[in-house]
Ligand binder design. Structure first.
Ligand code: PGA
Length: 260
């Protein structure tokens, strides 16, 4: 796991470099997209690169991490709506090539199995963007999630519903209780995982992610088992890292050809 302590704009630029390199090599590559406030800077940067003609996602396929159960089509906080607004509308991707688990399906387990099959049929995810919850969740794999899990229904913790209430006019009760989420094993199957976390509220989760023992209590710690993970944090999110000085020195001394 590579931990990079930097500013959010610098992180967004480095992530956009990695995405650009993938799609220059293979225009129909597969991008894993995340909702939440953290990745928005990356989507803005990708949008600017598309506008300048430096990047095209016209043939890209994109897969979302998760979706609330039961929010109607067009609901502003339905993750499909959020991804259309925050990501798809800013780049040249065909919206028909943006996929997410169907939180409105009558048969939710069947929708989860179909989603796993669709990711596989696309050849798997090349680069997966990730955030982390203050409780250590990755996608919506809450504490206690199986580290071998695949896409399935999960109940959100109170902490997550309180964290996300800011998107629902501050009303925790308006945040759905259930979601469909890629499992931990689904996420670990992507070829490159890029996790971003900014702000003091993420410091404890980031400490566990990078330096704690692998544990279902902090599901993001499973990323330690993946061979290619890049974690971007700002100073506040890095404030509890024991090896912060080492991560800083390592990044400063990194050979310029290496990329993330
Ligand atoms: P955030 O959410 O980017 O809005 O902080 C991250 C998450 O909960 O996974």
């Amino acid at each position: 796991m590579e931990v990079v302590i930097t500013t959010p704009p610098q992180a967004a630029s480095l992530v956009a470099d990695a995405v650009t390199a993938i799609f220059r090599g293979r225009p129909d590559a597969v991008l894993g997209v995340a909702t939440g406030s953290t990745p928005v800077l990356v989507y803005d940067e990708l949008g600017r690169r598309v506008e300048r003609g430096e990047l095209s996602l016209a043939r890209a396929r994109a897969f979302m991490l998760d979706e609330y159960v039961g929010l109607p089509e067009g609901h502003p906080e339905r993750y499909r709506t959020v991804i259309d607004r925050d990501f798809a509308s800013k780049v040249d991707i065909d919206p028909a090539n943006v996929h997410g688990p169907d939180g409105l399906a009558e048969d939710l387990p069947a929708a989860c199995a179909a989603y796993e099959a669709a990711i596989q049929a696309a050849g798997g995810v090349d680069l997966q963007l990730l955030g982390i919850g203050s409780d250590g969740h990755v996608a919506f794999n809450e504490p206690g999630s199986s580290l071998a899990s695949r896409t399935r229904i999960k109940s959100l913790t109170r902490q997550t519903r309180e964290d996300n209430a800011r998107f629902f006019d501050g009303d925790t009760e308006a945040v759905p209780r259930h979601c469909l989420t890629q499992g931990v094993a689904t996420i670990l199957a992507a070829r490159h995982l890029v996790l971003m976390a900014f702000g003091k509220g993420k410091a404890e989760a980031v400490h566990h992610l990078a330096e704690g023992p692998v544990s279902a209590m902090w599901p993001a710690t499973a990323l330690q088992l993946h061979p290619h993970v890049t974690v971007f944090v700002d100073d506040a999110a890095a404030s509890r890292l024991q090896l912060g000085d080492y991560y800083r020195e390592t990044f400063q001394a990194k050979p310029s050809w290496q990329g993330i």
